[in-house]
Design a binder for this molecule. Sequence first.
Ligand code: NAP
Length: 341
Amino acid sequence: MINVGVIGVGMIGQDHIRRLTHVLSGARVAGVADVDLDRASAVAAGLSEGRVFESGEKLIADAGVDAVVVTSWGPTHEAYVLAAIAAGKPVFCEKPLASTADACSRIIDAEVATGRRLVQVGFMRRYDAQYRAMKSAVHSGEIGAPLLMHAAHRNPSVPPHFTSDMIINDSAVHDIDVARWMFDDEIASVAVLKPRQNRKAAAGLDDPLVLLLEMAGGVLVDVEVMLNAAFGYDIRGEVVCEDGVVELSESAGVVVKSAGRHAGRIPTDWRERFVRAFDVEFQEWLDDVAAGAEPTGPSSWDGYAATVVCDTGLAALRGGGREPVLLREQPELYRRAAASR
Ligand code: NAP
């Protein structure tokens, strides 16, 4: 049984605690920490053996914690991930790995210095059955080489504090990771186009946006990101190859045919759409931890690259042009990890 400590017990922290406690096998939540001690105590009260730690650092250092989950506010991630690396403990960090490229780089340096991967980043779409089937089809060779990907990321609505930066950093970051993972390639440049504003968008919010991602190998990916789609949470994807196309289907569920129409359910939000992906993501991470193996999921390099591409996207949004993505040299540790996948 792996004793997991969770730092940050807000919305997604509590959801991961539910999954670790009631859905998955091989782990128990041994302790929690949060800047809001009352919230941490309330969450711990619902656990059979969960302890409350005064700080994330104390949780990481505790001998009763084998592995760490970081689900606190993004700007706090770097310190906790570095502390877990220093303690030699596996750490699952929700996206973003850290909120600046420099901070991600410091994590990479610390992890590389240990000689082994300890960090996994929470890009859960890689665990979605549809995306996995799409990647298998693209790489099977049966429909030829990929040329283009069309993607759409439509949210029904967003809270009032949502800014145009967050459209890229919080929403499009998932599509950016999917593009890198789908084609096992880096993004070479980003351009951002601004269509007419959705009348439901708050003043000053660039909604929708279209991102154009040019992969180093020449595949072109366009991503529509819409924050006020109203009708539901709608994730689209289609990869166009030389001899065929592969498309995400509508979400799992039944289709009702009646009165000359057919209808199916549209998820209300990302939790509903990706609930299984989160479960698979965590179970695979736990299985790696239990085996004493390096994590096989998204790495610190993936977290770093996503942050650099988001920064580049923001520069493109402000400048209106096509911006090159400038990555540091990839350390051998991550080349080895990618090759073994
Ligand atoms: P949230 O509800 O605000 O929860 C964050 C929690 O961390 C809050 O309880 C917050 O307390 C606490 N916290 C803040 N600073 C802390 C610190 N220094 N040490 C310990 N705890 C601290 O946010 P959330 O929506 O759960 O998001 C958490 C993270 O998950 C974010 O990085 C977000 O991007 C990521 N996320 C990923 C996905 C995905 O699709 N993979 C989806 C949702 C969220 P206060 O409220 O008192 O500040």
